[in-house]
Design a binder for this molecule. Structure first.
Ligand SMILES: NC(=O)c1ccc[n+]([C@@H]2O[C@H](COP(=O)([O-])OP(=O)(O)OC[C@H]3O[C@@H](n4cnc5c(N)ncnc54)[C@H](OP(=O)(O)O)[C@@H]3O)[C@@H](O)[C@H]2O)c1
Length: 247
């Protein structure tokens, strides 16, 4: 069903995982989708799956690149700040470079995407940020990531207050452990550091979810489509947990 026919949608981090699934879901709903990331080949692989998807290479942490991206795009109806990364380390071993990298991509990248997105948003537009359950609770060994994701939730709550009177909604999506390349990388790191097997670590992540399964990218896409479809005008400034009841 083409509920978003001809809407212009920008999704950062659209070359894999949650962003790729959202790109296909929005394209299937009739939207014209632009996906953004640093690796052109990854973006092209996703765009090759649907005629409604095109690609732009940009680093979300680079202000000049984001200005130029939105200049090229013009007006948009939906902006989804999804790009992110999750490095792990105990806090005593989190050096300043690690801390800064996590804040840059997960928080400053969202700030730049939403700030520029808002300037180019059509009336009644939608802003979404993919935060995380790590924006709502703490997890060991990802202090910098958790701090950045809590920051995203704060930014969304503040921005919603600024835009509500203009009919623009701003919400944060907070998935729990989701089956994507990012989670696979986290599992590999834990296997390397602890000697546990891949199956044991996967089982550990699955058990955090009371539903007894990992979140799927499609769960996040469905929530994003709902927040961009009819009847969602009253929902703004929310951090929506998509975690099977974890939080
Ligand atoms: N998987 C989970 O368990 C989980 C749970 C909660 C929240 N999340 C959040 O969901 C979002 C998507 O993650 P995912 O799980 O789908 O992982 P993913 O497959 O690794 O996707 C992350 C995407 O972000 C892009 N990206 C990273 N740094 C970038 C930068 N500086 N500029 C532009 N693009 C950049 C990557 O593309 P390039 O490398 O080509 O740039 C990649 O396509 C992230 O914000 C993540 O924190 C994930």
């Amino acid at each position: 069903m083409e509920t978003l026919h001809d809407k212009r949608v920008l999704i950062t981090g659209g070359g894999s995982g949650i962003g790729a699934d959202m790109a296909l879901g929005f394209a299937e709903a009739g939207a014209r989708v632009t996906i953004v990331g640093r690796r052109q080949e990854a973006l092209e692989r996703v765009a090759g799956q649907h005629d409604n998807i095109d690609v732009q290479v940009a680093d979300v942490t680079d202000e000049a690149a984001m200005l130029s991206l939105f200049d090229t795009l013009g007006e948009v109806d939906v902006v989804i700040a999804n790009a992110g990364a999750a490095d792990s380390a105990p806090l005593e071993r989190t050096d300043l470079a690690h801390w800064q990298r996590m804040l840059d991509v997960n928080l400053t990248g969202v700030y730049l995407t939403l700030r520029e997105g808002l300037k180019h948003l059509r009336p009644g537009g939608r802003l979404l940020a993919v935060a995380s359950t790590a924006g709502l609770k703490g997890y060991a060994y990802v202090g910098a990531y958790c701090a950045a994701k809590h920051g995203v939730v704060g930014l969304v709550r503040a921005l919603a207050q600024e835009t509500a009177a203009r009919g623009i909604t701003v919400n944060a999506l907070c998935p729990g452990f989701t089956e994507t390349p990012l989670l696979e990388a986290s599992i590999d790191t834990i296997v390397d550091k602890t000697g546990r097997t891949t199956e044991q670590v996967r089982e550990h992540f699955t058990r955090t979810n009371p539903s007894g399964r990992l979140v799927q990218p499609a769960d996040v896409t469905a929530t994003a489509l709902w927040l961009c479809g009819p009847g969602s005008d009253a929902i703004t400034g929310q951090a929506i947990s998509i975690s099977g009841g974890e939080i």
